[in-house]
Design a protein around this ligand. Structure first.
Ligand code: SF4
Length: 297
């Protein structure tokens, strides 16, 4: 299996077959991102993809889920994605879902009919970095979409039957806009009712613009207290019918998982308890290690 460069995948894809179909990210300019700084975006030749699928028939013939790499594989045309899906199903008949990272722009480029065709051939479980529902935060983070555009495209996915993870980042609005970020993000999540909500917390690695802006003070990051207040405000604002809340990313002050609406009160209580535990440190800033893990929690 030939996977080139740094390989990222969502934590819940740990048992999936990782199949490279692109290299890098077609957008590659989010302010906080340092995933593929020097990797020019390219599409892998179909012969290489087919050879990797063939290899998987010996290594993991019973695999049920495939995750297409790299940064936004959903940028591929519907025809190419269907060609890949057909090749997977022909050689790995147990595969039920073909998941991948996707952006709002990737969805916009596809027609409703194409989205339905993609759903019919097992494409789903898209992992989408929406990040925020606040336009000021989206603009600074250079996501290339507004909240209204995200809403429109995510509703198109739902209409086509495609499930996805809505990825949101606490702290995206910084110290000045954490309340607005919580409220606008909750409103967007409520409007689209995602199957899965993946919550992380803003952090920056050397090499991205956010890192420089944090160092120079252009971007004022949130303290422990502000991040906990934002998380509580976000959860309180969520009015969901049936969504899995996945918040176990190491960047979070309070790692937690649950199902909404069932666990809403419990989750709020966990955040409040953590705030009480950290009451001497609420004005401090998280110190971070690999993957944004908090070292001074
Ligand atoms: S879309 Fe994803 S991989 Fe691409 S630059 Fe933004 S965060 Fe990084």
């Amino acid at each position: 299996m030939s996977l080139t460069g740094m390989v990222y995948r969502p934590p819940y894809e740990a048992n999936s077959l990782l199949l490279q179909v692109t290299q890098g990210c077609s957008h590659n300019k989010c302010t906080f991102c340092s995933m593929y700084p020097d990797v020019p975006f390219t599409v892998c030749p179909m012969e290489q993809v087919e050879a990797d699928i063939e290899e998987a028939t010996s290594n993991c013939p019973d695999v049920e889920r495939v995750f297409l790499e790299h940064g936004d594989a959903f940028v591929l045309s519907a025809d190419r994605l269907i060609q890949i899906a057909d090749a997977i199903h022909a050689r790995l008949p147990q595969v039920k879902t073909i998941a991948m990272y996707a952006s709002i722009q990737n969805i916009r480029q596809k027609t409703d009919a194409e989205l339905r065709r993609l759903h019919e051939c097992g494409i789903g479980g898209l992992d989408i970095g929406v990040e925020s529902g606040l336009d000021a935060a989206l603009k600074y983070m250079n996501k290339g979409h507004t909240a209204e555009e995200a809403k429109e495209q995510l509703l198109r996915l739902t209409d086509a039957g495609i499930e996805y993870s809505f990825n949101a980042i606490l702290g995206c609005g910084g110290a000045e806009l954490w309340r607005e970020n919580a409220d606008a993000t909750a409103a967007l999540i409520n409007a689209v009712q995602p199957h899965l909500l993946f919550i992380g917390t803003l952090h920056a690695e050397p090499g991205c613009r956010l890192y420089q802006d944090m160092k120079s003070g252009v971007f004022k990051e949130c303290t422990f207290g502000q991040l906990l207040d934002e998380q509580e405000r976000l959860i309180r604002g969520l009015e969901l019918k049936d969504t899995i809340y996945f918040g176990s990313h190491p960047s979070n002050i309070v790692p937690m998982q649950g199902r909404l609406p069932d666990h809403k009160q419990e989750m709020i209580e966990v955040v409040c308890k953590k705030r009480e535990q950290l009451r001497q440190h609420l004005d401090e800033y998280p110190q971070r290690g690999g993957e944004g893990s908090i070292l001074n929690r």
